[in-house]
Every structure is written in C-alpha cells, then in structure tokens.
Design a protein around this ligand. Structure first.
Ligand code: 0O2
Length: 218
C-alpha cells in the first residue's frame, strides 16, 4: 500500500493515529535525506577536491510549534491538519560557503529520481521584506515501512554561513520582541542583510579568482 503524506488530497485518519506515528515517518524521511546529502558531499569532495557543504542541521518541528503554526494559519490542531498544512514538520538546513554552492546542491537534490520537488522559494533572487535570504525547497520522498510506502514532505533550506548568521540573529530578535521589534532594530537588520549580500558576492568573486589562478597553473 502507498500512503501519500505529501499530497493535499489525502484521507489519513484511518492510517495514522498518533503523533508518535507521524514523528516516526518524518524522522525516517530526515534520516534518508541527511544520508543522501552526506553522500553527495563526499562524492563532490572525491571528484572536485572541495566540500560544498559546511554543515547540515536536521530537526522535526516540536508539537508545540506545529500547534502554534496551525493556530496562526487558522487551522484546528489535528494530526490530519498537521500533515496537510504544515510543510516543515521535517526540516533540514544545509549551510554552504558560497551562493553558487546553494544552486549546485539544489540541482543535485532535484536530480535524485526518488525525490519530487513540490515547491521552490528562492529568497536569494527575491529576498523577503525583512531582508531574509535563503533557498527553500519542499520535497517529497518515499519512506519504506514493513507493509507500506509513505511519501513524506521535507523542507530543505539552503543558505550560506553569512545568511545563516543573519537569519539566526533576526529569528532571536523577532522571538524576543514577539515579531514587533522597534523600527531602528528592523532597519539595522535590513542594513546588515545588505552587508551580508555584499559579503557573499565579494567572497564568491574572490574564490572564483583564486580558482581561475589555480586552473591557469595546471
Ligand atoms: P520556524 O520557527 O523557524 O520553524 P510554509 O512553511 O511554506 O507553509 P511560509 O512561512 O510561507 O510557510 O514558508 P517560508 O516563507 O518558506 O518560511 C519557512 C521558514 O523559513 C520559516 O519557518 C523560518 O524558519 C524561515 N523564514 C522565513 N522567513 C524568515 C525571516 O524573515 N527570518 C528568519 N529568520 N527566518 C525566516 P517558520 O515555521 O515560520 O518558523
């Protein structure tokens, strides 16, 4: 039997009864995707003598923050609504050095046959009003259980070290002020976001120059 937790037209109540079962599916999906990413990174290191990925963080969203997000979006707190409306119950964040690595990694992930890309939000090409920059993908992948295959959604956020530094501080600030930070803090964050974008661009061009020099020596 194949159960599709990644589709919006599902009747899951008879198949999944508890948070423990939901959590098992999402944890399994995260394990699979983490392994896939490790393999891609190791292969890249082998072929190109260079690691595009600095580090990876994976987490299953806590029931408390799922309930909060459901409430925020006007949905009742049911298992069915969690699975249907919350796209980031399983989340993985991939941190790399350069913006070019982000697109390279996104392409490598999309090319995997058993991964279906459901949506892409490119907040690098189109930063959020807050100044937030990152590349988001919602993907679906099959988890093989003893008696069924379950397609599970995972949110993948890919960003540079600098983007991650900014996003962590901004998240902390918004949490502290419950989303109503004073104007001068928001505009300072906006300025910092511009500096981060500039830093990323300059570091990338510096790296490309170094690579070109190395290539010239071969
Ligand atoms: P938390 O607490 O980090 O989990 P969707 O998830 O697609 O249904 P949304 O919010 O439209 O809904 O998706 P989007 O824009 O792709 O954002 C998803 C996640 O990206 C957020 O999850 C944050 O982790 C991160 N994010 C988005 N915008 C910002 C921002 O302005 N600043 C920071 N620091 N992070 C951001 P959650 O569930 O909102 O929050």
């Amino acid at each position: 039997m194949e159960l599709d937790l990644a589709s919006n037209n599902i009747k899951i109540s008879e198949d999944i009864h508890s948070w423990e079962e939901v959590s098992l599916m999402y944890n399994s999906a995260l394990k699979q995707i983490t392994t896939k990413i490790e393999i891609l990174n190791e292969e890249f290191q082998e072929v190109h003598r260079y690691n595009p990925i600095e580090h990876v963080k994976a987490r299953v969203k806590t029931p408390e923050s799922i309930v909060k997000k459901l409430k925020r979006n006007g949905y009742e707190s049911t298992i069915e609504n969690m699975v249907r409306y919350i796209n980031d119950i399983a989340g993985i964040r991939i941190i790399c050095s350069f913006t070019s690595d982000i697109y390279r990694i996104a392409e490598m992930i999309s090319n995997q046959k058993d991964i279906q890309v459901l949506t892409v939000k490119d907040y690098i090409m189109n930063p959020k009003k807050s100044g937030y920059r990152s590349y988001h993908m919602i993907v679906s992948l099959p988890v093989y259980l003893s008696d069924r295959i379950v397609n599970v959604k995972v949110e993948i956020q890919i960003r540079t070290v600098a983007m991650d530094f900014w996003a962590s501080l901004e998240h902390k600030i918004q949490y502290k002020f419950e989303g109503k930070a004073p104007n001068h803090i928001n505009s300072e964050l906006h300025e910092c976001a511009k500096m981060v974008a500039d830093l990323d661009a300059r570091m990338l061009s510096l790296n490309e120059e170094i690579l070109a020099i190395e290539d010239g020596k071969k």
